[in-house]
Design a protein. Sequence first.
Length: 341
Amino acid sequence: MEIWFDIRQSLESVESLPEGVNHRFATKATAFAADAYLEKEQVFRDGKLIGSCITVLDESSQKKARSLVGSVEWLVLEFENWSMIPLENLIAACEGTPTKIAAVLTEVEQVNGAGFALEKGVDALVIRPDKGLLEASLIVKSQRLEKSKTAMIADSYSGHTGIGVLTITSIENGGTSERYCIDTTSLLHLGEGLLLGSNASSLVLVHGETVESEYVPPRPFRVNAGPPHAYVSMADCTTKYLSELNAGDRILLTNTNGMQRSATIGRLKIEIRPMVLIRWIDENNKEGSMFLQQAETVRVISQDSHPISVTSLEIGDRILGWCQKGARHIGAEISSTVSER
């Protein structure tokens, strides 16, 4: 994490930077002894355009800032009224992209919040040459460095990624629920389905209705997906609640080998149905759960890649799913800790 001295309002240059401060940030008109400066909404460093500066006032300006994510190296954010929510939203939007966030701070109380927002924090703190702001920023910078070293050690022992095994710990009566069937404009293959779950970071692979049954004909375009609160993996690798889905949305189909492809939702079929609540523990020792319709035609996939009806499941059975070490914010993957039960 970097610290920038904001000297845009300063009448005097800062001749030398204190240890731990990386850059001076000025306007073009006052860019004396500054390696980064602002001209209108464009940010330059050493004469090279590196990003944009956006004042976040409302949803419209937040959307404008979000539209720049991925296309600029730096997104400098100012706030007329300081608010953590838009900052968190934009940090989540930037994760996995080359765009870095620099937050302009005016109060000491804002430093820790910006430095550790969503447990990730911004990439630069932009502060006035003020003793209190500098001390708070240097403390956060030191803590972030220590956290980064710890994370590097932990990552050398990273857990499973991709398709994993879930061990069922409980099977309970789930009452009744509004159940969503997701019908796609593509035909599903045997061994293919959707990753679904009550916890966005621990999902079960629910098989499509492609299996022949003596009770009803197959529906090879359908996944019986569960209740409205459940998460589903989208084609852009975010998650959505089933209640947020619409015809035309792109979802992510996954097979037993972890191979994935996108499909378009053609229709959502919602009905009241009896449910069963399945709980499990995944390979990252995360607890997960899912409500599924109590019906022989609703299937998950066993560890040996065979579809198995939810009505035949037993405690201790091992089924296929997916899990991550991090968490999600508004559907986007983030490196935070979130507890969901």
